[in-house]
Design a protein around this ligand. Sequence first.
Ligand code: GRF
Length: 222
Amino acid sequence: MSNTNTSTTNTTAANVATITHTNLAVLVSGRGSNLQAMIDNIENGNIKNANISVVISDMADAYALERAKKHALDAIFIDPKSFANKTEYEQELVNILDSYNTDLIVLAGYMRIVGKDVISAYKNRILNIHPTLLPSFAGLHSHKQTLDYGVKVSGCTVHFVDEGMDTGPIILQSCVPVLENDTEDTLSERILEQEHKIYPQVVKLFIEGKLKVEGRIVRVSK
Ligand code: GRF
């Protein structure tokens, strides 16, 4: 999969340095702890050759926007209510994403189903994280669904986004035990710790060109 803008600095014919760089756009709706994990991993050098070119929120008061501003990132609120319909909202979204030369869209707590126009414009270039072991407990209220069902193991899943809700090809998962006295909060906290590890790890794999999508299967090369 080709996933980066590639620019070439020409020195001599025998010494051509190829610099690849990936522009990330992070879409958020709320707290933004996964955004923060991405920022931290870029700043500490774990994720190389990438930057967050824009953070876009569909909620005016998303704390994620504050986090973005603290790190001098472009932070944009787009109000879905100011568009006649979802198609127009998403057209504007695509315009903004394109204007930032986005290579990879990272959904980080973005509480909307991404529509077909965005998906076709960014095919296999949209990631999402979900706080269960998909395909179990897709959709909203994941922790409540998990506890109500009584499973003993849960976790989180990073996947490519398709037109379904949490149905795209799975890239990486991490497990956590569900404990006897867990509440939604304690379970969520334990899973979030894993989210902050595997999401940056997947972004890194994407940037390094190590993800290959074959139908539903994602091959991860070493
Ligand atoms: C996370 O639990 C993520 O798995 C889900 O939404 C939550 C977002 O949290 N998609 P944050 O905004 O990244 O803190």
